[in-house]
Design a protein around this ligand. Structure first.
Ligand code: DGD
Ligand code: CLA
Ligand code: PID
Ligand code: PID
Ligand code: PID
Ligand code: PID
Ligand code: PID
Length: 312
């Protein structure tokens, strides 16, 4: 297709840049300017809306392309192969073309709002400048091809199941865990801190398992889960806590999503995460909330999971 051909040209002009970027740099975990959690949440919300509007099949293919690309990484900078670089660009170009332009620009504008204007020049200073300029020029040509193939209306909204066992169980889980949710400091910057003692390549292995799980999920249920998060963001209070009803809808949506993939795929995520999250992290989280609330939430979760497993 046209976007695939354009991605080859983009690769010709941008792969030297890709090789120069230190993909393992811890700086990418930092906020791109002043830490403003509620403004950042707005930007995430625009990405969620864009994801919810995208063609689920193309999202799945993009996740698969990223998984493949992780498999061909080489060298100290963590760069993927030239062929996989092109394939990721093509897949993302197709995702972008599957949503109306305004949804893409809403992401751009909201990310701009939280990005310090000196960030781009600083990033450029870390690589060979002319290579960055060449890559940007090629991106501008690529985007014209994407725009030419872009839809003007979003894909249909998700079909949300109702009256199912997971929905019923989600109410019990949410009643048991909402007090815990209200104890958590959602506006803290601790969630942006690197995991103690873990390197980027180690963390990437766990992310890869999540990508694999995402690629196997039912596309309609994934879209429904994204829509539920978008609605939940719309009802947050000053501390970032969503309403009880929207929290319940998120739990129901995520439970159905988990049930749409094999158990072993879920356990691969859990086991890889358990390998990088040590008990100092979970104990620290626990120390900041009411212990009884956390234990009631945990009990609720371990009951909920049996219902999910039964529908899996
Ligand atoms: C936890 C889990 C939460 C950990 C929170 C930190 C996670 C950080 C993730 C960082 C992600 C980095 C990348 C993000 C993206 C970056 C983008 C650039 O507190 C365990 C041990 C292992 C815990 C770590 C693994 C958790 C993995 C969960 C998957 C998360 C995937 C999502 C990641 C983020 C991305 C989302 C999009 O399981 O867990 C606490 C448990 O720790 C406590 O141990 C459990 C035992 O496993 C269990 O067997 C049992 O003993 C239990 O239960 C205690 O404790 C007992 C009774 O048995 C119960 O019935 C009940 O009564 C209970 O007590 C009541 O207290
Ligand atoms: Mg989420 C999970 C935040 C958008 C899909 N997400 C998580 C949690 C964290 C979070 C609270 C990971 C850390 C953890 O396990 O803590 N997400 C979060 C934010 C946003 C967001 C702030 C921003 C909008 N997510 C989002 C979107 C999607 C997802 C758009 C796609 C639709 N997210 C998604 C999935 C999962 C998460 C599939 C998870 O599996 C993971 C999670 O919650 O795992 C348990 C602990 C969790 C909480 C504090 C909240 C849940 C409370 C449960 C139901 C009860 C508590 C149990 C116990 C005390 C602790 C967990 C024990 C553990 C062994 C499971
Ligand atoms: C400017 C000035 C003009 C010239 C110009 C110009 C530039 C405009 C630009 C630009 C626009 C632009 C847009 C970009 C957009 C990037 C969007 C990224 C979206 C990320 C998402 C992430 C996610 C997910 C995902 C799916 C999940 C939800 C999420 C589901 C259902 C200024 C040059 C024209 C770069 C969507 C993918 C996992 C949140 O206009 O004179 O330069 O760049 O998890 O969804 O699961
Ligand atoms: C524009 C203007 C509007 C019209 C429009 C428009 C277009 C927007 C577009 C577009 C946005 C867009 C985004 C694209 C992004 C591509 C990103 C590619 C990333 C590839 C990576 C590969 C890799 C890896 C991997 C992980 C490793 C690092 C690597 C570590 C730690 C402008 C059309 C709406 C195409 C990251 C995955 C293995 C490098 O808005 O008027 O057209 O395209 O190895 O990580 O090692
Ligand atoms: C233990 C001991 C026993 C008792 C027990 C026990 C506990 C086991 C547990 C547990 C397992 C477990 C699993 C959990 C899994 C969470 C999985 C999260 C996945 C997140 C994903 C994120 C993403 C996306 C997304 C879609 C995108 C891709 C991504 C596309 C196409 C120890 C109690 C049985 C919690 C997939 C969603 C946006 C990467 O066994 O005695 O306690 O928890 O962006 O995909 O866009
Ligand atoms: C298990 C064991 C296997 C069988 C199995 C199994 C089950 C795994 C499961 C499961 C995993 C799972 C995960 C669930 C996670 C739910 C997470 C809910 C999060 C809700 C949030 C709501 C909110 C917001 C929001 C953003 C705001 C904060 C809030 C800020 C900055 C165990 C079946 C495979 C259900 C985060 C979105 C508005 C609070 O593996 O044997 O069954 O379920 O307002 O952010 O303000
Ligand atoms: C213990 C012992 C067992 C019993 C038990 C127990 C307790 C475990 C616990 C607990 C685990 C736990 C985990 C918590 C996790 C919270 C995760 C929150 C994530 C929030 C995010 C917010 C954000 C943003 C956002 C984007 C911004 C950055 C942020 C930028 C660029 C010990 C009870 C099971 C509480 C990700 C989205 C706005 C950070 O296990 O016997 O008690 O709690 O602002 O992006 O700025």
């Amino acid at each position: 297709d046209e976007i695939g051909d354009a991605a080859k040209k983009l690769g010709d002009a941008s792969y030297s840049f890709a090789k120069e970027v230190d993909w393992n740099n811890g700086i990418f975990l930092q906020a791109p300017g002043k830490f403003q959690p509620l403004e950042a949440l707005k930007a995430i919300d625009k990405m969620i809306e864009m994801g919810a509007a995208a063609d689920p099949k193309l999202l799945k293919e993009a996740a698969e392309a990223h998984h493949k690309a992780i498999g061909s990484i080489s060298g100290p900078n963590g760069v993927t192969s030239r062929a996989d670089w092109d394939a990721v660009n093509a897949a993302l170009g197709r995702v972008v073309a599957s949503v109306p332009k305004a949804k893409v620009m809403a992401v751009y504008d909201s990310v701009k709002d939280i990005t310090d204007p000196t960030v781009p020049a600083y990033m450029k200073s870390l690589v060979n400048g002319p290579d960055a300029e060449k890559a940007y020029q090629a991106f501008l040509e690529f985007k014209d091809v994407v725009a030419k193939n872009q839809v003007t209306t979003a894909s249909a909204p998700a079909v949300v199941p109702s009256g199912d066992k997971i929905g019923v169980a989600a109410k019990a889980l949410s009643d048991a865990s909402y007090p815990f949710i209200q104890d958590i400091d959602w506006l803290s910057d601790i969630y942006l801190k690197p995991l103690p003692g873990k390197t980027a390549p180690e963390t990437l292995k766990a992310i890869d398992k999540m990508i694999v799980m995402g690629a196997k999920m039912d596309g309609n249920l994934l879209k429904a889960a994204a829509e539920a998060h978008h609605k939940a963001i719309g009802s947050i209070d000053a501390k970032g806590v969503t309403s009880a009803a929207d929290y319940e809808a998120v739990n129901a949506a995520l439970g159905r999503l988990v049930a749409s993939v094999p158990k072993s795929t879920v356990m691969d995520v859990y086991n890889s995460m358990a390998g990088i999250v040590d008990s100092t992290v979970t104990n620290n989280m626990f120390s900041k909330v009411n212990p009884l609330d956390a234990m009631a939430a945990a009990k609720g979760f371990y009951t909920f999971k049996d219902v999910v497993e039964a529908s899996q």
